[in-house]
Ligand binder design. Structure first.
Ligand code: PCA
Length: 320
């Protein structure tokens, strides 16, 4: 009897598990480089496993709206998913540091910040049964307006599109009126007058055809926020070891590729906007100073209420 059990256990580890199909909801559209990168991640895994692991990417919030993606993976309605990392800022400020204005404004800074954030983020997500696979930044965030913005005062009273609590706070301090709008809904929100200005990357600006609704783009390069791709730990544990390794390798490749794609996009998509008639204006010194003041005020507020983890990351980041 004992022998029979041992044989069964050996068989269970030696025999590949049945082919698996995963659902992977993501928030952004197919033209977004993050989505292109994720499709390639899924393709690589499909190929390397001979379709034993088949991940279907549901882009543009088509399976779950953005705000539900994390919980969908947590409750295993989906096995993996992507979301904007700083959306979780209200759960722990450690998630939101990449959207703190003027903290990390270049890819080098963003990389350094991510190295400090990553272990903390992994631990926090593990408490919810989630494992991060990879994280990729958007190009630095710039300002889209009708007419030139010379000072922060020029933003006063504008209906301002926001995508997280920090951008909402930023807009409010600037005297603007923030309205939360998903990236996929930007053209509609401008067309209906719900919003009239925004801060986002050249990628999202170009993908939204911003030239249809604004005249000016000011590259204030205020922060470099990231998306994160997570998998349900239980779904991952349900894979055989070889497949797990294939997933981890594909994730590492996707992270490297994603950062490269992001850097290439920053220039390319700014050019696309210029080609389509948007006026690209370098920010005035006065505007930069005013925006930096808002950042400083937000940082003070952040320090007052932030978790120990977040403060630890901040301290390490600033002392490097
Ligand atoms: N695009 C996304 C997040 C940051 C960005 O550049 C958006 O605008 O929603």
């Amino acid at each position: 009897m004992k022998h029979a059990i041992v044989t069964a256990a050996v068989l269970a580890t030696a025999t590949p598990l049945a082919a698996q199909s995963w659902d992977m909801p993501t928030p952004y559209g197919n033209a977004t480089f993050h989505t292109v990168n994720i499709m390639e991640f899924a393709d690589e895994i499909r190929e390397a496993t001979g379709s034993e692991l088949d991940i279907t990417v549901h882009s543009g919030g088509s399976l779950f709206p953005h705000e539900e993606i994390k919980n969908a993976v947590r409750s295993r309605l989906a096995q993996a998913g992507e979301f904007f990392l700083s959306r979780l800022n209200n759960e722990n400020a450690a998630y939101g540091l990449d959207s703190q204005p003027f903290l990390a404004t270049s890819y080098e800074d963003a990389q350094r910040l991510w190295e400090l954030q990553e272990p903390v983020v992994a631990e926090l997500l593990a408490e919810e049964g989630l494992m991060p696979l990879f994280s990729v930044p958007w190009p630095a965030q710039g300002l889209y307006t009708n007419g030139e913005i010379a000072t922060v005062e020029d933003l006063s009273g504008l209906r301002f599109r926001a995508y997280n609590a920090q951008l909402e706070e930023f807009a409010q301090i600037a005297g603007a009126a923030p309205v939360q709008v998903e990236a996929t809904d930007i053209p509609q929100a401008f067309a209906t007058g719900q919003v009239e200005a925004m801060i986002t990357s050249p990628s999202t600006g170009a993908n939204s055809a911003a030239w249809d609704f604004v005249t000016h783009y000011t590259p204030i390069n205020a922060w470099v926020p990231k998306n994160i791709v997570v998998v349900s730990q239980r779904a991952f544990d349900g894979l055989d070891e070889e497949t797990q390794q294939i997933v981890l390798d594909a994730a590492e490749a996707a992270e490297t590729r994603g950062w490269e794609m992001s850097a290439a996009e920053a220039e390319e998509k700014t050019q696309v906007m210029a080609d389509n008639g948007i006026t690209i204006v370098e920010p005035s010194e006065e505007l930069v100073a005013g925006l930096q003041e808002i950042g400083a005020q937000m940082l003070t507020t952040l320090r007052e209420g932030a978790s120990e983890e977040a403060l630890g990351i901040l301290e390490a980041y600033e002392s490097e």
